[in-house]
Design a protein around this ligand. Structure first.
Ligand code: FAD
Length: 537
């Protein structure tokens, strides 16, 4: 976990929160984009002023060594990192704090905490990196429990075994992205699952939420990289067999993927690895408008070329990320391989984008680890990448300036995309006008499939101090209704949690809801695991 302090209320490292002067300077840049409201930075609640309820329960003697009742630790485990979490934390409101936090070191510890919670009617909330943006780790558990324990898995963070022949590794669920990649590097292998939250999120969290990584095609979700899983449930161990594929009935791993802490605690998984890429090709292609870029992205997704990156940014996103300032929409395109140079793939992709009016102004860039090859960097693709990594820190600043800034994502089939996109823009712009008096909404594709894209939207609008949560919920509601009305899914990769539950309930077939309820009753008969998420309460 390292010793650098992370923010209790906001994203990432505490020392990356800019000082008041720097935030004032940012306010001057943001204000004109929002029609010129005056934006004055405010300070987060100091540590001594955090409001937490008194604990209802205490850890028993047998678990005391694993548990923390410290208020700062309880506060750090109260929320994920969604906009609503940041706002509540910024103002010092930690009312749903767990009663204590358990930090297991072994599977036996996990089992002991789970058994104690079952025996004492205490809710157990599995906690990976705490980067949920859907209220997935919040102990909003209702009245049926004596209390709530947050189970922080991050001490289970080792790569236990590597199979270089099948190229797979057995990894503990609490390993964060950098921690597991550092251990795999000594084997010259990599998982290459890079969600934007990579630095702080964990393998168990990725599996529990079916996270989406950086591959824009083919291996988009962690699902594609999971070979087998090991999950402790109140009814015993659920462990699946290592197989490359199987047609033996419904897949038991499918029960674990996306279970969001409601069916058991994932402690380990075997995951599929790859050799580190040695050849890389990248290009940015400018389109006169988003619609022509969309047509090109569709054709690319159906071409069988499988670019590793195929992110189409609309005009606003291109401008806000410093990728283009001339009103064009930009496709950030990349290929990677451990085996072969990529010129032919890139050339074909550029020919295809050119047929839709795409212009590759800077030419394609090729990099390889071959001796004598000269690495080239820079350009629009790199501008986009650094903006992408820094964006979550900007959200902390927006909260302090009183600006609502959030994202939502979905997926739909290509035949529905134009209507969905128009419907979402209309609904969110209308809601921004009503709720905030104006604002901005932008779109990019994070992933593209042969049968449809996964569009990702960002909205920002000036908030009324003290009314941020209410305003944000109204915007979120308008966006979610538009997604559902136009045939999208309530989430392509952010998961369901407590935030998306009403729309998830409408999206899934009723017989499936009944079956999931039955599975929950079978594996977690007392309903202690993450109550209120996916099923129940
Ligand atoms: C800035 C930012 C960027 C993000 N970018 C992406 C992205 O690119 N792609 C993406 O998919 N998501 C993204 N997310 C959302 C989030 O990072 C993912 O949902 C991630 O998979 C959560 O992992 P975590 O370890 O932080 O899990 P947590 O947030 O701790 O938990 C998430 C859920 O999983 C459950 N859980 C966690 N660990 C376990 C376990 N071991 N066993 C059982 N249940 C468990 C929890 O109970 C909870 O329901 C982003 C979030 C932020 C704040």
């Amino acid at each position: 976990m390292g010793t650098r302090a992370t923010s209790i209320w906001g994203w990432g490292y505490a020392d990356k929160f800019p000082d008041t002067e720097a935030r004032r300077a940012l306010a001057e840049q943001v204000s004109p984009l929002l029609g010129g409201p005056s934006l004055e930075p405010r300070e987060p609640a100091p540590l001594g002023a955090l409001r937490l309820p008194s604990p209802r329960i205490a850890p028993p003697e047998s678990l005391a060594a694993l548990c923390s009742t410290d208020d700062a630790d309880r506060a750090a485990h109260t929320y994920g990192k969604g906009y609503g979490d940041l706002v509540r934390g910024f103002h010092g409101d930690f009312s749903p704090a767990p009663d204590f936090v358990a930090h297991p070191r072994t599977e036996d510890d996990v089992r002991a905490v789970m058994d104690w919670c079952g025996d004492h009617c205490v809710a157990l909330i599995p906690f990976g990196g705490g980067t949920s943006v859907v209220r997935g780790v919040e102990a909003a558990i209702g009245d049926g429990f004596q209390g709530a324990v947050s189970l922080d898995l991050r001490r289970l963070d080792r790569v236990l075994e590597v199979d270089p022949v099948s190229r797979a590794a057995r990894i503990q669920a609490g390993a964060t992205g950098p921690v597991l990649e550092a251990q795999l590097a000594s084997h010259d292998l990599t998982l290459r699952h890079f969600p934007q939250s990579f630095e702080f999120s964990t393998l168990g969290g990725w599996i529990a939420t079916r996270a989406g990584g950086h591959f824009a095609t083919l291996y988009t979700h962690i699902d594609d990289l999971v070979q087998s899983t090991r999950m402790f449930t109140p009814r015993g161990l659920h462990e699946t067999r290592r197989l490359p594929a199987s047609g033996a009935g419904p897949s038991p791993d499918r029960l674990v993927l996306g279970s969001e802490g409601t069916l058991g605690v994932i402690t380990e998984a075997w995951v599929r690895l790859q050799a580190r890429p040695r050849f890389r090709a990248s290009a940015s292609v400018h389109f006169p408008d988003f619609a022509s870029g969309t047509r090109a992205a569709r054709e690319l997704s159906q071409s069988g070329l499988h670019p590793s990156n195929c992110r189409l940014l609309d005009e606003q996103e291109s401008f806000l990320n410093g990728v283009a300032g001339d009103g064009s929409s930009v496709l950030v395109l990349a290929f990677e391989s451990a085996d072969h140079p990529l010129h032919a793939w890139m050339e074909r992709a550029l020919a295809l984008t050119a047929s839709h009016g795409g212009e590759c102004r800077e030419g394609a860039r090729y990099r390889s680890d071959e001796p004598g090859a000269s690495p080239r960097s820079g350009g629009a693709a790199d501008s986009w990448r650094s903006a992408f990594i820094e964006a979550p820190y900007l959200q902390n600043v927006m909260v302090s300036l009183g600006v609502i800034a959030d994202t939502f994502e979905t997926a739909c089939t290509w035949d529905r995309f134009d209507a969905l996109h128009a419907g979402i823009l209309e609904a969110v712009r209308g809601a921004l006008e009503r709720v905030c008096g104006g604002g901005l909404v932008s779109c990019r594709f994070t992933h593209v499939y042969p049968d449809g894209p996964a569009p990702y939207y960002t909205f920002i609008g000036p908030a009324r101090r003290g009314g941020e949560l209410e305003q944000w919920l109204a915007l979120k509601h308008a966006a979610s209704e538009a997604v559902m009305a136009h045939g999208g899914t309530i989430t392509h990769h952010h998961a369901v949690g407590r935030l998306h539950r009403p729309w998830y309930d409408r999206e899934r077939p009723e017989p499936f809801a009944l079956a999931l309820r039955a599975v929950k009753d079978a594996l977690d008969p007392q309903g202690i695991l993450n109550p209120g998420v996916l099923v129940g309460p």
